[in-house]
Ligand binder design. Structure first.
Ligand SMILES: Cc1cc2nc3c(=O)[nH]c(=O)nc-3n(C[C@H](O)[C@H](O)[C@H](O)COP(=O)(O)OP(=O)(O)OC[C@H]3O[C@@H](n4cnc5c(N)ncnc54)[C@H](O)[C@@H]3O)c2cc1C
Length: 228
């Protein structure tokens, strides 16, 4: 399949939101799944996975990417101009809402927010019976991608809580600070009957999984996606 870039917006330092159109009538996927993008670089086919950051909507899909300095594919994607095309496969993957849903904690760092943007926007309007918390960790306040969207969702849905946390807060920041790991005990409390979804780089995902396991969580309740 081919994806054509329709528009892009820089939404944080070295982070870009892309809107693509697939060359099919309908891109069927479950919120949380990813696509693979391929390009031939120096005669070698390079494939990388990217979580879809939007809900299913015709043949349109959105991505949230950070440019990895010295990376192979991500700098190429940042060079793309509106109208440029790239080969894609998918949707793929199993990082989707469990059925039936339970009260859930979503833990993201950096562009690990991408599948949660899709999952939360897709699921929240259909489910008023469960409590959902998004714990989102970044370095600086300016890196809180989609902040307004999540704040708006939290103000419209009493069953959704948005908890951003900064590892390098500025003097004006009144919210939480520190790594996501430091907020787990407070957000989870005594509950062991909730699902915890984790997405981001391996070091964070492994740390959170370890904390959950030693806190007595059933591994079936820990759902994760590692980016590296
Ligand atoms: C299922 C899945 C979904 C993903 N979804 C996204 C997404 O929505 N947005 C996104 O930006 N990336 C996502 N990634 C990561 C993406 O596939 C690439 O690994 C990333 O873009 C780097 O590719 P590259 O060719 O530019 O770098 P490479 O040449 O492959 O170099 C990778 C190196 O960069 C480091 N690195 C720094 N930041 C990242 C990062 N964000 N991801 C991976 N490696 C990083 C790694 O530690 C590694 O050493 C996802 C990965 C997986 C497996």
């Amino acid at each position: 399949m081919i994806a054509r870039l329709l528009e892009f917006t820089d939404i944080a330092d070295e982070v870009r939101h892309f809107v693509f159109e697939a060359d099919c009538e309908q891109l069927d996927f479950l919120a949380g799944q990813f696509v693979s993008l391929n390009e031939s670089i120096d005669g070698k086919k390079i494939t990388r996975a990217y979580s879809i950051a939007s809900q299913p909507h015709g043949n349109i899909f959105e991505l949230c990417l950070n440019r990895v300095e010295e990376g192979k594919l991500s700098p190429r994607l940042f060079d793309m101009q509106v109208g440029d095309c790239i080969e894609m496969q998918g949707p793929l993957g199993y990082f989707v809402m469990r059925r039936p849903a339970s009260d859930s904690l979503f833990v993201a760092t950096g562009t690990g927010i991408a599948p949660f943007r899709a999952i939360i926007k897709d699921h929240l309007p259909k489910d008023r019976d469960h409590q959902f918390t998004l714990l989102f960790g970044v370095r600086h306040e300016s890196n809180l991608m989609y902040r307004e969207e999540f704040e708006k969702l939290a103000s419209h849905h009493s069953n959704f809580r948005f908890r951003p946390t900064l590892t390098q807060p500025g003097p004006g920041w009144k919210g939480s600070s520190g790594r996501v790991q430091t907020h787990l005990a407070e957000l989870i409390g005594d509950r062991r009957d909730i699902d915890v979804y984790i997405c981001g780089m391996k070091a964070m995902v492994d740390d959170v999984r370890q904390w959950l396991k030693t806190s007595g969580f059933d591994r079936k309740r820990i759902i994760y996606e590692k980016y590296d």
